[in-house]
Design a protein around this ligand. Structure first.
Ligand code: CU
Length: 454
């Protein structure tokens, strides 16, 4: 399959990309709520009654303010969930405080009793949210005054030109070099009877998600995503899993037709593969299919932390109606695996902007992209300018292709889209949940670019 060449990284025009940045022109801070504190009424409250109320907004994935200051006498936290769709809540483990889950748009009061002066860690205990940075600090002090603004709040006082400078600096880092590249084709051994054997080692490695942010990723063969397994329709396939993790695991072939006993769902279809153990999966490839191999054991941790990779069988056919429009062949094929949780967090193919990978096409060339969502949230993926045509859903060829410039990809879904490059330039390509794409410091997370050359 055509993969990105080294040249793709060298042709970026920064000015053009800055223009693409400007073209995003989104107002993502309309919802920003300045954390404020105010004294509630209650002057008649008895000793120890909280008379201070601090407003705290829970967002995807941060607290505002990020430093919550209250007096030792205690306080009421007025929690507001400012997310567009996620449940959040608050946990201060050292104080034994955990709120009920708050739906998007909802609010809740939590009372913090009289507490010794000190610093306490605040998190959102929803799976993956802490790993995505949803933490804050509770400062209990009688000298600190009211809640201080978070780092994010300080951007409200940035001048326009200061913010522009930060954004330009961030854009110029793209594509940033990081150690490790996932999703390349996996090599295989051919056995005497023609079976293609793929050997997979599940192991924890250091993984650089963005420059300087190195996490303990749970991986297949040491990369995120795991290498792509690609076979032809009718191939005999053997996958040998060796588990070097500190937990048991199992390997499921999501969207790939296999006998039940090869489905990788312990403890139903097999016993778990224990640390140090191996498990062999054998089946004949049915296709075309566009799937994912991933863990099916403690999946809420193992998958977001990195245990996923593309599994493709054959090629998705180009519908005749698109051939008639000039989409006669595919020049470049890529998978974009989406993630938003665990230690990896918001990312495309295991990397977060500016470490994401740009892709290059010449005018008239056709790129086949398969979006695969292995995260916990849905992501509307938007490629500027080139209109795409969806040719397969979850690997099943569509009878009639449908146009798209923004496609909502739910967890577990795969969409295969053909894009034809038409107008030269650097075109931004990102998740359109704006908190997954842009910050006061510029682009971040699920953002990359398509570079169209003449
Ligand atoms: Cu998103």
């Amino acid at each position: 399959m055509a993969r990105m060449s080294k040249d793709d990284r060298s042709v970026l025009s920064w000015l053009a990309f800055a223009a693409a940045v400007a073209a995003l022109c989104v107002a993502i801070f309309g919802l920003r709520d300045n954390g404020s504190s105010s004294s509630a009424g209650g002057t008649g409250g008895g000793a120890g009654a909280a008379t201070t109320t601090v407003n705290v907004t829970l967002k995807d994935f941060s607290f505002n303010p990020a430093t919550i200051t209250i007096p030792t006498a205690g306080a009421t936290l007025h929690l507001m969930n400012g997310s567009s769709g996620n449940v959040h809540n608050i946990e201060i483990a050292q104080l034994g405080i955990k709120s009920d889950p708050i739906p998007a748009g909802g609010s809740l009061n939590v009372t913090i009793p009289a507490t010794p002066a000190g610093t306490y860690k605040v998190i959102c205990p929803q799976p993956g949210h802490e790993g995505n940075g949803m933490t804050a600090t509770l400062v209990v002090s009688d000298t600190g005054g009211s809640s201080t603004g978070s780092a994010a709040d300080s951007h409200a006082s940035l001048t326009a030109s200061q913010m522009d400078a930060l954004m330009l600096s961030q854009a110029q880092k793209f594509p940033a070099k990081t150690v490790g590249h996932g999703g390349d084709l996996m090599a295989y051994k051919t056995l005497a009877d023609g079976t293609k054997e793929f050997d997979i080692e599940a192991k924890v490695v250091d993984w650089e998600v963005e420059p300087g942010r190195v996490v303990k990723a749970w991986t297949y063969n040491g990369v995120v995503p795991g290498p792509e397994i690609h076979v032809n329709i009718g191939d005999k396939v053997r996958v040998v899993l060796t588990n070097h993790l500190p937990q048991s695991t199992s390997l499921h072939f999501h969207g790939i037709q296999v006998p039940n006993v090869m489905d990788g769902v312990d403890p139903y279809t097999e016993t778990p593969t224990i640390p140090g153990g191996t498990h062999t999966y054998d089946f004949v490839a049915v296709g075309p299919a566009t799937g994912i191999y991933h863990s099916h054991h403690n999946a809420e941790q193992q998958i977001p932390d990195g245990m996923f990779g593309a599994f493709t069988v054959g090629d998705e056919p180009i519908p005749q109606v698109l051939k008639d429009k000039g989409y006669t062949h595919v020049d470049k094929k890529i998978n974009l695996v989406l993630n938003d949780a665990g230690v990896i967090g918001l990312s495309l193919n295991g990397k977060s902007f500016p470490a994401t990978e740009p892709y290059t096409l010449r005018v008239g060339q056709v790129m086949e992209v398969t979006y695969m969502n292995e995260g916990l949230l849905s992501h509307p993926m938007h490629l500027h300018q080139p209109m795409g045509w969806v040719i397969a859903k979850d690997g099943e060829p569509l009878l009639t292709p449908t146009p798209t410039d923004t496609i909502l990809v739910a967890p577990g879904e795969r969409y295969t889209v053909l894009y034809m490059a038409k107008i030269p330039g650097v075109w931004a390509w990102h998740c359109h949940i704006l908190t997954h794409a842009e910050t006061p410091e510029g682009m971040k997370y699920m953002v990359t670019a398509l570079i169209v050359e003449r």
